[in-house]
Design a protein around this ligand. Structure first.
Ligand SMILES: [Ca+2]
Length: 141
């Protein structure tokens, strides 16, 4: 190999090697995003991983995906959909189907139509209505 070719090929090969081995996300598995109900359009790799670029530790949804979806052929199953990975009271399906969708690994991210929230609002409304009634009737006395 000529000296000029060596000066071109070696740095390019070295840069390629460093990119493939050390740059996060290069060895990620973007094909798996296609398996998710939202096709990974909402959050990308962070749907399953702690790091947005993917790879490394899994979040609670990623752990459930690993436990329930991988053994049956890397498929988002009904069991995974029914599971509440972040323990916020909403199934993963409810979170993916919420409008707007909420994060199935983040318990602080919840669909707006939580039944308990509706019940809470109903009780709060009843409380204020009874308080207004009491104040109103007390004024009449
Ligand atoms: Ca949930």
């Amino acid at each position: 190999m000529s000296k000029i070719r060596m000066l071109i090929v070696v740095p390019i090969s070295l840069a390629l090697f460093i990119t493939l081995v050390f740059v996060p996300g290069v060895n990620s598995r973007p094909f798996r995003l296609e398996k998710l109900p939202d096709k990974g359009k909402n959050w990308g790799c962070i749907t399953c991983h702690n790091k947005p670029q993917g790879g490394g530790a899994l979040n609670s949804f990623g752990s459930d995906y690993q436990a329930l979806a991988l053994p049956v052929g890397d498929v988002y199953t009904k069991d995974l959909g029914k599971k509440d990975s972040d323990k916020d009271g909403f199934s993963n399906d409810e979170e993916f189907n919420a409008k707007p969708p909420t994060k199935p690994w983040d318990s602080k991210s919840q669909p707006p139509n939580k039944p308990n929230a509706v019940e809470f609002n109903r009780k709060r409304t009843k409380f204020w209505a009874s308080l207004k009634r009491k104040v109103f009737f007390n004024r009449l006395r």
